[in-house]
Ligand binder design. Sequence first.
Ligand SMILES: [Zn+2]
Length: 292
Amino acid sequence: MSRRFAFAAVSVLALSVTLIPATVATAAPAPMGVVVRASVPNFPGNLKAGSHGAAVTAVQKGLLAHGYKISGLTLASSRTKFGVLGAATMATIMRYKKAHNLGPSFAVGPKTYASITGWKANTGGSSGGGGTSGGSTGGTTARCGSYTGHTCKTTATGGRFCPTIGAYIGDGFGANRGSHSHQGVDLMSVKGRPIFAVEGGVVAGAKMQSNGALAITIKGQSGNVWYYGHQSVNLVSDGDTVKAGQLIGRVGDTGAPGAFHLHFEYRPGSPGDAWYHAVAVDPVPLIKKLCF
Ligand SMILES: [Zn+2]
């Protein structure tokens, strides 16, 4: 491989990191240095689900030092377990923000960062942005109003609908779940937010699983299979015909996942195939297309 080709490959990789942070962060956690309280990293800009690096480690250690529990993480954890802002860390950040009146956005802005880590803006370079508004990166999320940074699009894209409104992208496809890898994406949300059929089809399963989670499987007209999990309520039943965009359930935490979210899977298939033969793929690119 020539040097030039190698450089091009690295550039493509860097681009994919920018586009799909949650997935890449899961696949390759950033190696972290030791964070000492006396040298909190400078605020790097709003931290969100999928952010990684030394500033995330500083937030995680700060939360633990303040006595806030993060599922799966303690101050004694190996340093390689720190540095990725996943669902558990975000759930703790939101508890901290609520207790300290730091706003409802699913992001760590400069005020929250300072409050948690003790960081003080000093040597210039301060972003000067609103401390708690979060998601001020503009671009495709700017039109989402109060749901900036969250799934927000209620109109169809190519006949398909975003599976839920008012959620942000948490743990991604392939995340290590011990005995298996994560087969979908976790759309972190609030109890009761609506869940919609991505496309029209027939409900192949609407039930409570053995772990207590309410789940819905829909075989779409295209043959694609759509799986929704952890609902607080299912609003469809086995064998129902559903339309694209139909309300089918509401966000919950059944099955005790630790945070309110929609577990969403996309399994491409063909109309003639049995629904259970379809294999899940990373749904994040589709979510970005349908929801923002
Ligand atoms: Zn999940």
